[in-house]
Design a protein around this ligand. Structure first.
Ligand SMILES: Cc1cc2nc3c(=O)[nH]c(=O)nc-3n(C[C@H](O)[C@H](O)[C@H](O)COP(=O)(O)OP(=O)(O)OC[C@H]3O[C@@H](n4cnc5c(N)ncnc54)[C@H](O)[C@@H]3O)c2cc1C
Length: 467
């Protein structure tokens, strides 16, 4: 293989497999380094590429009404190996795309192994890639080995890479009832770069608070897996249900404290308050402050809709706590997924702060294309943020707003693709309501995405001689 066009890929999971395919199809020589089956992770069981570690579902396949379905369709149009293998081995699953996991991974492995420009090497990378590897994509996933994690930590200057994420739910802004909630920062403090009215506040009276605590304590929780037990909590962020167990008033003196806030409808401070903070630059996603939780997902929806103002809330992401490994990407990566501190290194997959099989593969698809473009002196532009691929990329490389106030410095948390990441549509002038309005919005965003993707694909097509 010609050294100057050799891309070294570390980790042949969902992201690494897709990145290898995309880069090789664009003319790059690829060496794919994968430690399995010589060394397994806590959850992988085979030596196959793109092994699915848990569910066999790629979630909804409805591109018109669901953001992950749209991402499927965009990836298909971009020649995705992961989507091709998923389509070949799909199982009946209603509107979802579920696959036969063994056949799926076997096809991905066979296609990569037989590609003339790809070599698969069974080795664990235990430190920073050697300096003579001119182009590298690291896609070692949520279970990146400790030696490699430590090397990345040292290079990026970050404190921690693997820990329990304390993830709080995120709500779509246009599903919050602003006739009940109001905008105000505590004590009207503008803070750095704020206005004094930067938070959405949902008020509770005593009765509502007591009912909420009862529901929280009674709700079903998920349990830790055995291998998760030895991983520390990140920055001591306790789940809200654990705080509630410590005393009925703990939350009222913690994340739900009402001090410095006045409900404009009563002219008084409420008994307790739930605050939401803007999570993305577009202002479409709002994070429930201090609401990290390990309640089961169905229980979260039920209990959090008891909060006044959130009765009809749609959640772009639900809360959770689990071991994970991911970079503070908005700070560390540029818009083509290169590490600012060492641009020969790109990152892809869950380690960049996306969540899920499809999202991880999608970022692999982009990393493979960007890396290949680099070899041939062309400059593939990032896909526009109006596409699902572009919206996801924009979120991890800059769309997320860093929190500098209450929850510590690391507010960036893994994210599934969702419509809240897309720039809003221009006002159509049509006055629709409720479900009809939601459906029209999703269809509008999806149609715009596929149009814009078509233009991006055309403009970023490689020269036939290289493909
Ligand atoms: C327990 C668990 C359950 C999950 N369940 C789901 C689910 O049901 N649905 C869903 O959509 N997502 C789920 N996820 C998230 C899922 O892991 C990711 O979405 C997806 O697999 C990430 O893709 P990836 O390519 O980034 O990482 P992976 O698919 O994990 O691939 C990373 C690869 O890197 C290899 N590797 C690691 N370190 C090294 C090293 N130092 N040298 C060489 N190779 C290395 C690993 O062996 C692995 O093959 C789950 C994650 C975990 C941890």
């Amino acid at each position: 293989m010609t050294k100057e066009r050799t891309l070294h890929l570390v980790g042949a999971g969902l992201a690494g497999s897709e990145a290898a395919w995309q880069a090789a199809e664009r003319g790059a020589d690829v060496i794919l380094h994968e430690m399995r089956p010589v060394r397994l992770t806590e959850v992988h069981k085979t030596g196959n590429c793109a092994e699915l570690v848990c569910s066999n579902s790629f979630r909804s396949d409805d591109w018109e009404n669901n953001a992950v379905g749209l991402l499927h369709e965009e990836m298909r149009r971009a020649g995705s190996l992961i989507m091709m293998a998923a389509d070949h081995h799909k199982l009946p699953a209603g509107g979802a795309l579920a696959v036969d996991r063994d056949e799926f991974s076997a096809e991905v492995t066979a296609r990569l192994a037989s590609h003339p420009r790809i070599e698969i090497r069974q080795d664990e990378i235990t430190g920073l890639p050697p300096s003579d590897w001119a182009s590298v994509v690291i896609s070692t996933g949520p279970l990146t080995t400790p030696a490699l994690s430590a090397a990345i930590n040292a290079l990026t200057g970050e404190d921690a890479l693997a820990f329990f994420d304390a993830i709080a739910p995120i709500v779509l802004r246009d599903t919050i009832d602003m006739d009940v909630a109001w905008m105000q920062s505590r004590y009207d403090k503008p803070g750095p770069g704020g206005t004094g009215a930067d938070y959405i506040n949902c008020p509770m009276n005593r009765e509502q608070y007591e009912a909420f605590i009862d529901a929280l304590l009674a709700a079903e929780k998920t349990t830790f897996k055995e291998w998760e037990v030895s991983t520390p909590y990140f920055e001591g962020c306790l789940p809200i249900e654990v705080m509630a167990e410590r005393g009925r008033d703990t939350l009222r003196f913690g994340p739900m404290k009402p001090v410095g806030l006045t409900d404009p409808r009563t002219g008084r401070s409420p008994y307790a308050v739930v605050q939401l903070r803007q999570d993305n630059a577009l202002g479409t996603l709002w994070n429930m402050v201090g609401f990290q939780t390990k309640l089961k997902h169905g229980e979260q929806t039920r209990v959090f809709r008891m909060i006044p103002g959130l009765e009809s809330a749609s959640f772009a992401r639900l809360g959770g706590l689990h071991r994970n490994t991911f970079l503070n990407s908005p700070k560390l990566l540029d818009e083509r997924l290169r590490l600012k501190a060492d641009p020969r290194l790109r990152f892809a997959g869950q380690i960049t702060g996306v969540e899920g099989y499809v999202e991880s593969a999608a970022i692999g698809l982009l990393a493979g294309r960007f890396a290949a473009a680099g070899f041939f002196g062309s400059d593939t532009l990032p896909p526009p943020p109006t596409t699902a691929l572009g919206a996801l990329l924009a979120h991890i490389t800059g769309g997320h707003l860093a929190d500098t106030s209450e929850n510590g410095p690391r507010s960036f948390q893994p994210m599934n693709v969702n419509y809240g990441l897309f720039p809003p549509l221009p006002d159509s002038g049509k006055r629709l309501k409720g479900v009809e309005r939601g459906r029209a919005r999703k269809k509008g965003l999806s149609n715009r995405a596929l149009l814009d993707l078509g233009i991006w694909l055309e403009n970023s097509a490689c020269e036939p001689v290289q493909c």
